[in-house]
Design a binder for this molecule. Structure first.
Ligand SMILES: C[C@H](N)C(=O)N[C@@H](CCCCN)C(=O)O
Length: 465
C-alpha cells in the first residue's frame, strides 16, 4: 500500500482557505472593537457622555480578561479542548456582548438612571451596561485572537508562518479601518449613534457562521494528520498540556520580554487610536465628520505592510531587529505628535503613515516569534498570558488618558450642533504615549540580547528548507 506523504496542511489551497475563513471572523471582531472610537464626539452630543465616561467604557474591554482571568482560562481551555470548541465559544461570546452593548446604547429605558457600581461609584446606567457588553465582547474577541493564532501555527508551522499571521492581522486591520472610516457616516445617515453597533452585530453573526464552517476543515486536518502518522509509523511525542506548564511559561525570560514589549507597544497604539479622532479635532483642527479618516489610514497602511514584513521574516529572519526598528518609529511618531506647534493636518497624515510602518513591523515579527520560544502544546496558554499582560495596558491606558484629559487638559468649551463640549490640549497624553514607546524599545533590546544568549532563532528565517 502506498504511504500518505502529505497532510491537509501540505496543500496550499487548504491552508490559505482555512486562513481566509478564520481571518474573516477576526475582521468582524476588530470592526466592533473600534467602532465607537470616532463616535466620542457624537456620544457627548447625543447621549451626554463625558471623556471619563468614554474612557471607562473603553477600558471595559479588559475588565473580565484581566480581573476575572478570563483570558488565561480561555488559553487553558484552548490547550485542553482544542481550537474548534474554544473558537466557536469565543465567537458566540462576541455576539452576546455586542447585543448587550447595542441594547444599552439604543434603549431609552436606562435614560436618567444612575447606578452605584460596587456600592461605591455612581455611574450612568447606560454607560455601565454598554461597558458590560463591551467587557463580555472583550473576552470573546481576545480568546478568538489566541485561538486563531494557534490555528495559524497548526497549519503554517515550518511554512509561511509570519506571512500567514501578517495576512490575518491585515484582514483584522481592515475591520479596524472600516470601523474608523464608516462609523460616523453610518451613525449620521442612519440617524443614531447606536446604528454602527447594529451593523457590527450582523457582521459578527456572519463571522460566527464562518468559524463554524472552519471547524469542518479543522476536523479534516486532524484526521489527515492522524492517518499520516499511522501510515508513516510516526509516534506523536507531544505531551498533553498540564496546568503546571504555566510555571514553565512564566519562568521563561524570553517569554517575559515579549509579553512586556507587547503591553508597552500595543498600549501606545490601540489606546492612542481610541483618542486619535479627538486628537485630530482638537490639535489639528480637522472637521468632526472627517476626524476618523486620518487615523483610519493607519490600519490601511498595515494591511499591506504587515504581510510584507512577515514575508521578509519568513525568508530572511531578523525578527528581533524588526521589533527594535518598529519601537523606534513609535517613539518618533508620538514624540512629534506631542510637539504643540506641529499642528498642520498634513503632518498628522505623515505621522500616521509612519506609525503604520511601526505598527506593521512589531506585530509581524512578535507573534510568529512566540512558537520559537514556547512548545506548541503550551502555545494557547502562552499567547493568552501575553494577551493578559497586554490587556492591563489596553484597559488601563485609555482610562488614564481619559482621566488626564479631563483633569489637566481641558482648554475651554465649544458648541457642536447645539451641544457644549470640552476642547483639549493633547500634549500630555502624547507624552505618556511617547514614554511607553521608550520603554518598549528597551525591552526590544533585552529580547534581542536574550535571543543571542539562548539561541531561540528569532533572527533566523521561519521557512524550513
Ligand atoms: C488586541 C489583541 N490582544 C492583539 O494583540 N492582537 C494582535 C494580533 C495577535 C494575533 C496574531 N495572530 C494585533 O496586532 O491585532
Amino acid at each position: 500500500m502506498e504511504k500518505i506523504r502529505q497532510t491537509l496542511r501540505d496543500h496550499a489551497w487548504a491552508r490559505w482557505t482555512a486562513l481566509g475563513i478564520v481571518a474573516f471572523t477576526m475582521l468582524t471582531g476588530y470592526y466592533l472593537t473600534d467602532v465607537m472610537a470616532p463616535l466620542k464626539g457624537l456620544l457627548e452630543q447625543q447621549l451626554s457622555w463625558d471623556s471619563s465616561e468614554y474612557g471607562f467604557f473603553t477600558s471595559a474591554y479588559g475588565w473580565f480578561n484581566v480581573f476575572l482571568f478570563m483570558l488565561i482560562i480561555g488559553g487553558i481551555i484552548l490547550d485542553k479542548m482544542g481550537v474548534r470548541f474554544t473558537g466557536l465559544s469565543a465567537a458566540v461570546i462576541m455576539v452576546l456582548g455586542t447585543a448587550i452593548k447595542y441594547w444599552a446604547v439604543s434603549t431609552h429605558s436606562l435614560d436618567g438612571q444612575t447606578w452605584n457600581i460596587l456600592w461605591l461609584f455612581p455611574m450612568k446606567a447606560q454607560v455601565f451596561m454598554a461597558a458590560l457588553g463591551y467587557a463580555i465582547f472583550g473576552v470573546g474577541v481576545e480568546v478568538a485572537g489566541i485561538t486563531v493564532s494557534k490555528i495559524i501555527v497548526k497549519w503554517f508551522k515550518g511554512k509561511e508562518l509570519a506571512l500567514a499571521m501578517g495576512l490575518e492581522m491585515a484582514t483584522a486591520r481592515m475591520g479596524t479601518a472600516l470601523a474608523l472610516a464608516t462609523s460616523v457616516p453610518l451613525a449620521k445617515s442612519l440617524g443614531h449613534v447606536s446604528k454602527p453597533i447594529l451593523v457590527c452585530l450582523i457582521l459578527l453573526v456572519i463571522g460566527l457562521i464562518a468559524f463554524f464552517i472552519y471547524t469542518f476543515m479543522d476536523k479534516k486536518l486532524d484526521a489527515s494528520q492522524a492517518e499520516f502518522d499511522k501510515q508513516n509509523n510516526v509516534v506523536n511525542e507531544e505531551e498533553e498540556f498540564k496546568v503546571s506548564d504555566i510555571f514553565k511559561i512564566v519562568t521563561n525570560k524570553g517569554w517575559w520580554y515579549i509579553a512586556i514589549l507587547c503591553v508597552l507597544f500595543y498600549s501606545a497604539v490601540f489606546p492612542f487610536l481610541k483618542y486619535a479622532a479627538d486628537l485630530m479635532v482638537n490639535k489639528f483642527g480637522v472637521q468632526e465628520s472627517l476626524a476618523g479618516t486620518i487615523p483610519a489610514m493607519l490600519p490601511f497602511g498595515t494591511i499591506l505592510l504587515t504581510p510584507l514584513f512577515g514575508n521578509i521574516y519568513d525568508r530572511k529572519g531578523k525578527g528581533a531587529t524588526i521589533m527594535l526598528i518598529g519601537s523606534l518609529l513609535l517613539i518618533f511618531v508620538h514624540g512629534m505628535f506631542s510637539i504643540p506647534f506641529l499642528n498642520h493636518w498634513i503632518i498628522a497624515i505623515i505621522l500616521i503613515v509612519i506609525l503604520g510602518i511601526g505598527f506593521s513591523l512589531v506585530p509581524s515579527a512578535m507573534w510568529p516569534s512566540v512558537p520559537k520560544i514556547i512548545p506548541e502544546n503550551q502555545l494557547g496558554t502562552a499567547y493568552s498570558l501575553i494577551f493578559w499582560v497586554q490587556n492591563w495596558g489596553l484597559m488601563g491606558v485609555p482610562a488614564l488618558i481619559g482621566w488626564v484629559l479631563d483633569k489637566y487638559c481641558v482648554t475651554g468649551q465649544k458648541v457642536v450642533e447645539g451641544v457644549t463640549v470640552n476642547t483639549y490640549n493633547y500634549t500630555l497624553p502624547m507624552l505618556i504615549f511617547t514614554s511607553l514607546g521608550v520603554l518598549a524599545l528597551i525591552f526590544a533590546f533585552l529580547l534581542k540580547a536574550e535571543d543571542k544568549k539562548k539561541g531561540y532563532g528569532l533572527e533566523l528565517p521561519n521557512i524550513e528548507k
